[in-house]
Ligand binder design. Sequence first.
Ligand code: HEC
Ligand code: HEC
Ligand code: HEC
Ligand code: HEC
Ligand code: HEC
Ligand code: HEC
Length: 503
Amino acid sequence: MSESGLPRLAHNKVTALGGMIALATLMAIILMIVADVLTERSNPYFDIILLIILPTILIFGLLLIPLGMWLTWRRQRRTRVDEITGWPVVDLNLPSHRNATLVFVLGTVVFILLSSFGVYQAYHYSESVEFCGELCHTVMQPQYAAYKESSHARVSCTACHVGYGADWYAKSKLSGAYQVYATLADVFPRPIPTPIENLRPARETCEQCHWPEKHYSGRVREFVHYRYDEANTPWYLEMLIKTGGDESEGLHASGIHWHINKDVLIEYAARDEGRQDIPWVRYTNGRTGEVVVFQDTEAPLAEESLAGKELRRMDCLDCHNRPSHVFHSPDHLMDRLLLTGRISKALPEIKSIAVNVMVSEYDSAQEAHEAISAKLRSYYASEYPGLSETHSVEVDSAVVAVQHAFARNIFPGMKAQWSVYPSNIGHFSDIGCMRCHAGYHRAEDGRTITHECNACHTILAQGPVGDIEVAESQEGSEFRHPEDIDKAWLEMGCYECHDGTQP
Ligand code: HEC
Ligand code: HEC
Ligand code: HEC
Ligand code: HEC
Ligand code: HEC
Ligand code: HEC
């Protein structure tokens, strides 16, 4: 021991530096903890500094202390200094040594306690919504904005993206480390690709909260659309969606949730990364052992390309791929704004004008924001000068509502929008169910995956408001297309004309 009370080996620059770093960070941590307790705050940067950056520096400083001592010891040995400073000898009979040891042991215990608490906090923090959603604003902004408006706004990102267990936690942190790099180096893809290639199967995430055996008896839904005409005429539809499933036996295909019956196994091969083009489907009944292969007869998959394809097992996500990040189309946004009265139906052609403004390409959100205001205002000023004055309040609120809807659903910077992130539920603006149910996926014996309109839902009422036709029997009515397009609605997919823009 030297006069300073420190071992002689500790007298070197590296150890001194380490000691200073450790002391300074420790003080910073204590200050931040005090600030954390005293203030009401919610800032993701605060946590990342307190829980990840400062502790890393602290550990670095602490490691420098023995490193400096070891380097000194090695140097002295190599240069054969006559008087090699020995490692400190501890003699517990000496009161000063006893005290020093006590301080050392207590210090270590306190440090370990604090750091396990820190690691625990850091673990929770790295699983939190603010960490995933807010820290990388620009990258995650589209998904985060959509998430906040979804029915899962209180479910944490990791409940769906990571789930339980240390192995998936580690996997997610490894890929997360790369993502942090990609963000800092600005080499991330725009838009972020979908589907996520190695997303954890729904069995281990969604089914923690939604058990597949739950019986869904069906769901009545209303759809209100507005026409692209001067009066923005509303068109009303009420349907019974047959969400049930034959969960007793799983023998007969019936009801939408039949696909996830425990005795039903559906596997498919997709031609594209987005899994939107499905030419090959195999259905296996676990109870009876029946196996049927359905092939797209319009565009069959060549035998050899099937060999190299990875088959995907169908689960919740093949239909519910947007449970929490829905990017609505301009058509749908306008229907909602008109229905809820946020935009007045008294503004002639408003649906058509607003949809077409939203569909245009913009380089930035700011540019879109300005264009929406300029185009809507100039349209009414030139086409309906009188109305521009009598209805100036309505025009103003329409501008604000369209700007708001655009900002929540279309992200020019990240190139995120409805057409990039299709939803697989339904078949109105995206191909959805018709990836398999378009009527030309056939088995060798001629059996076809159904395209019957009534297999999935029945129409209870439909028509323009004021002249709504109500179904006369439980079988429902035949679909009536608002515009005369002959039988095109039966022969083509709705999404081929209704792609989220004006048909
Ligand atoms: C209810 C479950 C759920 C929650 C909660 C959730 N996600 Fe997702 N997320 C999904 C699903 C499902 C997909 C699409 C997966 C697929 O098709 O492979 C997805 C896709 C994504 C994608 C890829 C791009 C895309 O839109 O397909 C990103 C990025 C993403 N989520 C980020 C987040 C963030 C950040 C949060 C929290 C703020 C979050 N998610 C919360 C289920 C969820
Ligand atoms: C932590 C629990 C939790 C997890 C995990 C979860 N959900 Fe949900 N989900 C809920 C709750 C709670 C609701 C009901 C919200 C409401 O009633 O407004 C819900 C509602 C839904 C709905 C109906 C809401 C609607 O918008 O029609 C669907 C569909 C759904 N979840 C699918 C999924 C899918 C798919 C996954 C996996 C990617 C998933 N959920 C993961 C808790 C969860
Ligand atoms: C074949 C496609 C498909 C599969 C697979 C599927 N669903 Fe659904 N699900 C639907 C459709 C369609 C609806 C009705 C949507 C609507 O009403 O808008 C629905 C509705 C729901 C609802 C809302 C029910 C209600 O009445 O409020 C929940 C919750 C749900 N599904 C959960 C799940 C879960 C969990 C899984 C996986 C275990 C799953 N679904 C698998 C197509 C599917
Ligand atoms: C990956 C392919 C695939 C997708 C996607 C798919 N299905 Fe199916 N579906 C099947 C197969 C295979 C059957 C069983 C056909 C048979 O046994 O004849 C089936 C059967 C059904 C049945 C029972 C049919 C009957 O004969 O009564 C309903 C209802 C159904 N599906 C609804 C849906 C809905 C709604 C969607 C979209 C949300 C959807 N399916 C998406 C493959 C698919
Ligand atoms: C494989 C199942 C399936 C088949 C077959 C099917 N539909 Fe649908 N349909 C759906 C589902 C699922 C939805 C969406 C429900 C939702 O959005 O919640 C839907 C939605 C609709 C809607 C409302 C769309 C909207 O957004 O306003 C109409 C109209 C409709 N279908 C008509 C038809 C007609 C006509 C046929 C026959 C040519 C048909 N469907 C065949 C499953 C099916
Ligand atoms: C060949 C193209 C085409 C197909 C296929 C098609 N539609 Fe349309 N649809 C139109 C046109 C054109 C209009 C008229 C637009 C207007 O002026 O309002 C229209 C209008 C509508 C409207 C009134 C609201 C609106 O957006 O204008 C509804 C609802 C609708 N179609 C539903 C469907 C459904 C459901 C299907 C599939 C079963 C379908 N359509 C298939 C071309 C098509």
